[in-house]
Design a protein around this ligand. Sequence first.
Ligand SMILES: NC(=O)c1ccc[n+]([C@@H]2O[C@H](COP(=O)([O-])OP(=O)(O)OC[C@H]3O[C@@H](n4cnc5c(N)ncnc54)[C@H](OP(=O)(O)O)[C@@H]3O)[C@@H](O)[C@H]2O)c1
Length: 281
Amino acid sequence: MPEQKALYLAEKQGAFALGTAPIYKPGPGEILIRVESVGLSPGDWVIQDLGVLVETYPAILGFDLAGTVEELGEGATRFKKGERVYVIPHLTRNFIQLVVFGGAGSVGQAAIQLLKLSGFDPIITTASLRNADWLRHLGATHVLDRNLSPEELHAEIRNITPEYFTTIFDAAGALETQNLGYDLLASGGTMAAVHPDAVKPEKKVEDKKSFFMFADPNIPQNRKLGNSLFANLTELLENRDFKPNHVEVVPNGLEGIIPALERLKSGVSCVKLVAHPQESA
Ligand SMILES: NC(=O)c1ccc[n+]([C@@H]2O[C@H](COP(=O)([O-])OP(=O)(O)OC[C@H]3O[C@@H](n4cnc5c(N)ncnc54)[C@H](OP(=O)(O)O)[C@@H]3O)[C@@H](O)[C@H]2O)c1
């Protein structure tokens, strides 16, 4: 992966240090700028001194940048390669970037949509690539092939953003996704997984959290969120802000559930199997 030199603020109110960062690959509608000049701003030392504005570390600062257009993402037509540009980067963004492993599952699809509605950006997910268009339709900004090795996925994700993540949701819950997710967490970051914590003990550090999330809306700690979600769900569905699963109705009512569960156990892809009990013989 191509790399560049970068000046990092290593941690909140920490020291600046030189390091390297992957060179960003511009996505659809984006451009890559080669930075030639950086106007130093009091904001830069204020962030370092007071620990304000920036929440994700290590961070690369800079308020006033000028340079040339190096590369154009797909469909980026406003600028030409080599053109001189000025930019105020989205340093103090309110959005939080997020990884969702297992985006094509029922849980993953719901997570992507709710995270999009909550303003997360980018939302990077993993799935079989035949499901990529649907997941982008739901709100994923990047869909990576879940059949890549953990090392390859790590590299692909670092290629999308040089920053580590404060939030990761593992909707697959597999051993390899949980361990990869933990590696991608920033200091202070948290990963929630749909299965009991399987992060290798030797990886565990104090300032990165991983936990098993049980998503029953009826248990006390989830009730408030569950009530608010269900109060809004009808409207979200009616407005198509939340799209339901692809559904396959299995035949033979209650009897049909038995072989359908075997199918579910061996793995379905991007579909919710549904039985109609009234169709029982
Ligand atoms: N903790 C809780 O409260 C809770 C609640 C519900 C479910 N769960 C658990 O969460 C898991 C997902 O549930 P679900 O209802 O979403 O299941 P599902 O719809 O049956 O999930 C199937 C999907 O999982 C994807 N997948 C499987 N392994 C993957 C991996 N290693 N990386 C990325 N994607 C992977 C597949 O993606 P592709 O088709 O794209 O290959 C497939 O589409 C299940 O294990 C379930 O037991 C936990």
